[in-house]
Design a binder for this molecule. Structure first.
Ligand SMILES: Cc1ncc(C[n+]2csc(CCOP(=O)(O)OP(=O)(O)O)c2C)c(N)n1
Length: 610
């Protein structure tokens, strides 16, 4: 949703039932729960939650982007210390970044209720992996609630805050891409008017030094038992009684698939998927002949049932990888011999989507940065952002990509290996640099690594839809704030060679890159040009190809611009080129690489349209 956030909240409060996306419903639930501070670092599929929260009045709720997920969680924790309800939102890999805070926070507990919304991405639609947050929650001993539709997303968010305060624990609300981005009807409630609490001045609880932590660890283990006991009668857990031949234990989005594929089966739908209510599950298991667990990703529930010696099957029939779907759940039940044919199964709409490889936008400034990089035959440590798309053809200019901020430290390791003979370059976007790139840059300077960092500053978090960050000088609510100057940051940590070049000026980019590489030690080249989509849409002169001049050399194809394609005309056995005038944004990168002057402004040939 990015900068164009709608005033969803205002519209919402005027109606009782609305079609809401899961993420909108979570935002609404947080507002209704009386949350006072909400923080996040963007990440698909969670990003919209904070954007929706920011449409509620500032007097109700402070909503802000944090520089990374650990900061987001620490800020939320600070608010909780002060006795108000607080929310931290992130995608699944964000929890890795926040985990150091989480692992101590779970000993401390909460004062004001503290909920962490974590959105998993089964199927890896837009992430670097597909980890299961329930496994992490088990490790951190943090209760998990798993809604299965938008209405539940709202109700469970509210319930998560009650649970958090009742048991003095952070609570994780787990969503997944399908839930976060699917719309269904939601009946709205009122915002709770909560009295503030005083700061709990109790160092033994709030200050994690070894002597306190030992005691808090045992409190945490006791708490786990109490929450499990509470989940035995949890109002959000539903036992749907039907036939006795098969019973299905499930939670979250998988519940909907089971209902669709196996209507009439006995189902135990768990509202909380950690810690599990042993007695309820045993009673359910005893009431059916066969017990099956249907869960997305890891066998989190199944493993616990097996530890309890309950006769159960699950991952034997349902994959441990990727997203489930009605089709896959149906196939699993067929494999299990529970469905012998497709008869009786609701009609499933099967379509085979045409694969479309992801591409950079027409005029994307990252294209030219990577074209310059290709000229220097470097070993390139990449990072996470739109620019990761340069890993694929035609740019094919990245050798590694691990996690946010890894590029610079990977480059340091490459340099220190003593093996690499090529220049070593780390490429990293502005938001990623501010998220996790500054400490490795300090490391590089401190350890005198001979590397070049290309900082791709497009003045936005483009990958997640155009959010602001400390480098844009705007807050989540679009207000002006201090703008972090990236050059200043690099110089302040001791980088001696720092230069900023317009990403659209290919010649300047090549020259500066050569100089940066020749510099012994850490150099930072900032390739600077706003993203074409945000904050201002640029529109230069639309380009066209003068067919007579085109020698079909294909140089412009290496820009990787989706507006450039092959025409039906041929030269020397190769396709000539054409440019789609409707999608060309006039960045004028392609004429800079055309050796035969074949690419020129369209207006020069058709006259000004005005
Ligand atoms: C730990 C973690 N948090 C969030 C994300 C989601 N995410 C992917 S790239 C990215 C930032 C991209 O911004 P930037 O570095 O400025 O590059 P751009 O996309 O603008 O080119 C984010 C937030 C992630 N992949 N990992």
């Amino acid at each position: 949703m990015g900068r164009n956030a709608t005033t969803a909240a205002k519209k919402m409060s005027n109606a009782e039932t609305l079609p809401l996306m899961g993420n909108e419903a979570i935002a609404r639930g947080a507002w209704e729960a009386g949350v006072r501070v909400a923080t996040a670092y963007p990440g698909t599929p969670s990003t919209e939650i904070l954007e929706y929260i920011a449409t509620f009045p500032e007097e109700d709720i402070c909503a802000q982007w944090s520089t990374n997920e650990k900061v987001a969680l620490d800020v939320a924790m600070g608010a909780s210390f002060e006795g108000v309800r607080a929310l931290a939102v992130m995608k699944h890999v964000g929890l890795n970044v926040a985990s150091d805070a989480l692992m101590s926070m779970t000993y401390i507990g909460v004062n004001g209720g503290l909920v962490i919304v974590v959105c998993d991405d089964p199927g890896i639609h837009s992430s670097q992996n597909e980890q299961d947050t329930r496994v992490f929650a088990r490790f951190a001993m943090v209760p998990v609630l798993e809604p299965s539709d938008a209405q539940e997303a709202l109700a469970y968010t509210r319930a998560a805050f009650d649970l958090s305060e009742k048991f003095d624990t952070p609570v994780i609300l787990r969503s997944t891409t399908r839930l976060s981005h699917t719309r269904s009807p939601v009946t709205l409630g009122e915002r709770m008017d909560l009295p503030g609490k005083d700061f709990d001045e109790n160092p033994k609880k709030n200050v994690m030094i070894p002597s306190h932590a030992r005691i808090r660890h045992s409190a945490q283990i006791e708490r786990e038992k109490k929450v499990a006991e509470f989940f035995e009668t949890f109002e959000l857990t539903k036992w749907e009684k039907a036939g006795t031949s098969v019973g299905v234990v499930t939670s979250g989005i998988s519940y909907g698939y089971v209902k669709e594929v196996l209507p009439g089966a006995s189902i135990l739908k768990l509202g909380g998927s950690y810690p599990l209510p042993e007695k309820t599950i045993r009673d359910f298991a005893d009431s059916v002949d066969r017990l099956i667990v249907v869960e997305e990703l890891e066998p989190a529930i199944e493993t616990q049932l097996k530890i309890w010696n309950i006769d159960v099957k699950g991952k034997e029939y349902f994959s441990r990888m990727g997203e489930l779907s009605p089709e896959l759940v149906r196939d699993g039940f067929i494999r299990a011999g529970i469905l012998t044919s497709e008869a009786g199964v609701a009609d499933i709409f099967e379509i085979e989507p045409t694969p479309r490889p992801p591409v950079l936008c027409p005029g994307c400034p990252h294209s030219s940065t990577y074209m310059a990089l290709r000229q220097v035959e470097a070993r390139v440590a990449g990072d996470i952002g739109c620019y990761t798309l340069a890993a694929v053809e035609p740019l094919s200019a990245i050798d590694t990509c691990v996690s946010m901020g890894s590029s610079i430290a990977n480059a340091v390791g490459m340099a220190k290996s003593g093996v690499e003979t090529r220049p070593i370059i780390a490429t990293i976007g502005d938001s990623t640099f501010l998220h996790a790139g500054i400490s490795p840059l300090i490391d590089a300077v401190y350890n005198d690594a001979d590397i070049t960092v290309m900082l791709l500053d497009n003045h936005i978090v483009a990958m997640t839809g155009g959010q602001d960050n400390p480098g844009t000088g705007k807050t989540l609510r679009g207000e002006e704030t201090h703008r972090v100057d990236l050059e200043d940051v690099c110089r302040a940590v001791g980088v001696k060679w720092v230069q900023t070049v317009d990403s659209y000026d290919l010649a300047a980019l090549y020259k500066a890159l050569r100089e940066a590489i020749d510099f012994k030690g850490v150099s930072v080249l900032i390739s600077d040009r706003p993203c074409v989509i945000s904050p201002v849409k640029i529109k230069g002169e639309t380009m066209t190809v003068i067919a007579d001049n085109c020698t079909a050399c294909q140089s412009c194809m290496n820009v990787g611009c989706p507006s450039i394609s092959w025409s039906d005309a041929w030269f020397d056995g190769r396709h000539k080129i054409k440019i789609n005038p409707n999608t060309c944004i006039g960045c004028a990168l392609c004429p800079q690489v055309c050796p035969s002057d074949a690419i020129q402004p369209l207006n020069r040939f058709v006259g000004h349209a005005g």
